[in-house]
Ligand binder design. Structure first.
Ligand code: SAH
Length: 275
């Protein structure tokens, strides 16, 4: 029997073979890979990763689960378990005495959904502060609605501020849906696997803080025309002119701008025009 779950840690044990296979396949785990797994839980995914990867570094907050994991997997020399909160842990410092587990190149995890946003930010960084040594790829099982937003294309229902922020830093792919019944206990929502592949932004924002602020303002009121959402930061006529230069209709909404459009808009504004 799997151990009792703790709600505060967002624990739902994955039990679907198909979902586990899809996650491992999406990550393309091979002998040269050093994997970081956040929230190994009972180790169901960890057990699949260990024989394939060079090393698996897992971070688990729940002490009781850590005891079980050490009993069951502790003898593997390519496994390192760190007990603690992934969000506050300084991996660089902690790994100084474990050279084989330093600089993991891929993340593979079924994460606790209640801290998805902060986990994404810790892995990718943010528009103004991108992670300086990004991962080759990040494969995550997340809430379906979040997966839709991460992989959404412009002008679709799910395309929002989160889509722009994350797609600015990484290619985002929808891999597959995972129904609630694939977990024990089943969560209230369906899930999906996504793959994020960090890459340099082309072209980059010349002033990432401005881009960040612009996106925030642009999406502040859903479904409003962009020119109405940005009135407090950009002169109306200037915005109309910029939209025209970008080949966009003056009545566009925030969700109609591609990531490249957002970057172009931000880059064309100069400091004095943006307040
Ligand atoms: N990967 C397992 C468990 C998923 S549930 C499976 O697929 O079955 C999420 C896991 O994340 C739980 O084990 C939970 O204890 C752990 N967790 C929750 N918050 C965490 C945090 N801040 N840092 C590290 N692990 C965390």
């Amino acid at each position: 029997m799997p151990p009792q779950t703790r709600k505060q840690f967002g624990q739902h044990w994955l039990k679907s073979e198909a979902a586990l296979e899809a996650i491992v396949a999406a990550a393309g785990v091979g002998k040269g890979d050093r994997i970081l797994e956040i929230g190994p839980g009972t180790g169901i995914l960890t057990r699949r990763l260990l024989p394939l990867a060079q090393a698996v570094l897992a971070v688990e907050i729940d002490r009781d689960l850590c005891k079980l994991l050490v009993e069951q997997l502790g003898k593997r020399d390519n496994f390192l378990l760190l007990q603690g909160d992934f969000l506050t842990m300084d991996l660089g410092d902690t790994l100084e005495s474990f050279p084989n587990f330093q600089r993991p190149n891929k993340v593979v995890a079924n994460i606790p959904y209640n801290i998805t946003g902060p986990i994404l930010e810790k892995l990718l960084g943010a528009i103004a502060t991108p992670n300086p040594s990004p991962f080759d790829s990040i494969v995550l099982l997340v809430q379906k609605e979040v997966a839709e937003r991460l992989s959404a294309r412009p002008s679709s229902r799910a395309f929002g501020g989160l889509s722009v922020r994350v797609q600015y830093l990484a290619n985002c792919e929808w891999i597959c849906e995972v129904p609630a019944r694939a977990f024990q206990p089943p969560p209230k929502v369906d899930s999906a696997v996504v793959r994020l592949t960090p890459r340099p932004t082309e072209p980059p924002a010349t002033d990432p803080k401005r881009l960040d602020a612009l996106v925030k303002m642009g999406f502040a009121t859903k479904r409003k025309m962009l020119r109405n959402n940005l009135t407090s930061v950009v002169e109306r006529d200037r915005l109309a002119q910029l939209l025209e230069e970008l080949g966009l209709n003056s009545q566009v909404r925030a969700e109609d701008l591609s990531v490249a459009n957002w970057v172009a808009l931000s880059n064309r504004l100069n400091q004095t025009e943006f307040n």
